[in-house]
Design a protein around this ligand. Structure first.
Ligand SMILES: [Zn+2]
Length: 221
């Protein structure tokens, strides 16, 4: 069929195969000038090829081509136990649509609501806190180009280190950054304040206290 015919020359295909066999950081170096040398038709062709040939792991999980332990599923979201977890109970929450970055999603509300419920479930099951995080981009540690929210149960001395030393930023630079980073309101629906009765308030406070007491007083694991 005409449309399947490659618009790339044999030389170009050879170069592409060479690039594909390089380690990832080297690939990036070579790929950029290579892509720039292509015409729009060739770029379009490559994009299509990539979409067809390279199966996304998370899409394969969604399509049940790869077996997984699904802890939550609805029309838009899937949450599974990570097979190679940072800690036991590590859950991956992902949109069913193949989307690379959370910033490309129109609304992340539902995705994060599910992640939040998973965090709650982790507390119920393990009686411990958790981290919720998203890596947008390889610089942030994203490995696959499909959005995933990690919900990781945390235990004392579990070897996971999210700590960093605060960097010193000069005032001038901080001001410049501030000037660029300030954002307009993105709008928030008016919240309807629900009246809480004194009895409800008491229950809420004692629940919170129980939770924090158990957190601070528990024996190191
Ligand atoms: Zn995918």
């Amino acid at each position: 069929m005409e449309e399947n015919k490659s618009p790339l020359s044999e030389e170009q295909i050879k170069e592409l195969n060479e690039i594909a066999s390089l380690p990832q950081d080297k690939q990036k170096e070579r790929l950029e000038p290579f892509l720039k040398s292509l015409n729009p038709e060739q770029v379009e062709f490559l994009k299509k090829q990539q979409g067809q040939g390279q199966e996304c792991l998370f899409c394969a999980i969604r399509d049940k081509k790869i077996e997984s332990k699904v802890v939550y599923e609805d029309n838009n979201i899937l949450a599974v136990l990570d097979v190679s977890p940072a800690n036991k109970g590590h859950v991956l929450v992902m949109p069913k649509d193949h989307i690379a970055f959370s910033t490309e999603m129109e609304d992340v509300g539902h995705l994060f609501n599910v992640a939040n419920q998973v965090s709650k479930k982790i507390y119920e099951v393990f009686q411990t806190g958790s981290n919720i995080f998203v890596a947008n981009g390889p610089e942030a540690g994203q490995r696959l180009n499909h959005v995933v929210v990690h919900v990781i149960p945390r235990f004392s001395e579990d070897g996971i280190n999210f700590q960093w030393e605060g960097k010193k930023i000069e005032d001038k630079e901080m001001d410049e950054i501030f000037g660029k980073m300030k954002m307009e309101s993105i709008g928030k629906k008016e919240e309807v304040k629900k009246e809480v009765t004194p009895e409800e308030k008491e229950v809420q406070e004692s629940e919170l206290k129980k939770r924090y007491d158990s957190w601070y007083n528990r024996a190191p694991i």
